[in-house]
Design a binder for this molecule. Structure first.
Ligand code: NDP
Length: 239
């Protein structure tokens, strides 16, 4: 049984939801950030999982501050922040607009910074905590049509390594998980032909299930001596 609260951004679906479910099962107090106004139906769904919710947009610094402040009761410790919220706006560089480039950087990288800043302050006071950034193998190797996404996910690794160095002074760890292809709404948007071509190119011949990424997040949260690392979860795609 684990103790303490873990805040998961973009926990309403996909990898974030799988992380929330897994960490709740492990005994953490899990709080997910939800961007859209909370409907009674969504709230009931999370109530059933035993997961709390806070509403806000990670790109808005004031929302990020509030979500970190509201996720813990006065006697609770914030033991983890999982920076999972992310978007794609794919296009070849020669056709990509500055707005498309900036939108992805703003959500995936500035959003993670907005959350990390107040969470790190809390964790430094507690002298305890762990931050996990959901990057991507695209941040390590690049990808045609994803200049904005690759830049954001590579930038996240720089943010993670710096957070690890600054946090270590007070015993706080920070790591990144770099998934390959995961079966979520993000990849469901790909054509059947592209999905088949991608699956054939993966040595393990399939996309990951979100729970397989959540396994790694749970491990990194529990381990007390790994910091500043990128753990790839890609079925061998970058071999
Ligand atoms: P989904 O598109 O299924 O979910 C993304 C989540 O992020 C949603 O809950 C979404 O909320 C939330 N979100 C987006 N923008 C914001 C914002 N501004 N503020 C708060 N929340 C926001 O994606 P996945 O589950 O597939 O991806 C999760 C993470 O994993 C992302 O960072 C992604 O880049 C990364 N990843 C995914 C891979 C994959 O193959 N699926 C591979 C490698 C990395 P809302 O419901 O309101 O839109």
């Amino acid at each position: 049984m684990q103790t303490g609260a873990v805040l998961v951004t973009g926990g309403g679906r996909g990898i974030g939801r799988a992380v929330a479910e897994r960490l709740a099962r492990d005994g953490y107090t899990v709080v997910v950030t939800i961007r859209r106004p909370l409907t009674a139906e969504v709230q009931a769904d999370f109530d059933q999982l035993g997961v709390r919710t806070v509403q806000g947009d990670v790109t808005v610094a004031a929302d990020a501050e509030r979500m970190v402040a509201d996720c813990c009761g006065p006697d609770e410790t914030l033991v983890g922040l999982i920076n999972n919220a992310g978007i794609t706006r794919d296009m070849l560089i020669t056709r990509m607009t500055v707005a498309e480039f900036q939108a992805v950087l703003t959500t995936n990288l500035v959003g993670a910074f907005n959350m990390t800043k107040p969470a790190l302050r809390v964790m430094q006071r507690q002298r305890r905590g762990c931050i996990i950034d959901i990057s991507s193998i695209v941040g390590l190797v690049g990808n045609i049509g994803q200049a904005n996404y690759a830049a954001s996910k590579a930038g996240l690794i720089g943010l993670m390594k710096t957070t690890a160095k600054e946090g270590a002074l007070r015993g706080i760890r920070c790591n990144a998980v770099a998934p390959g292809m995961v079966a979520t709404a993000m990849t469901a948007a790909l054509s059947a032909k592209t999905t088949q071509r991608l699956q054939e190119s993966i040595p393990l011949k399939r996309f990951a299930e979100p729970a397989e990424v959540a396994d790694v997040v749970a491990f990194l949260l529990g381990n007390q001596y790994i910091t500043g690392q990128v753990v790839t979860v890609d079925g061998g795609l970058t071999l």
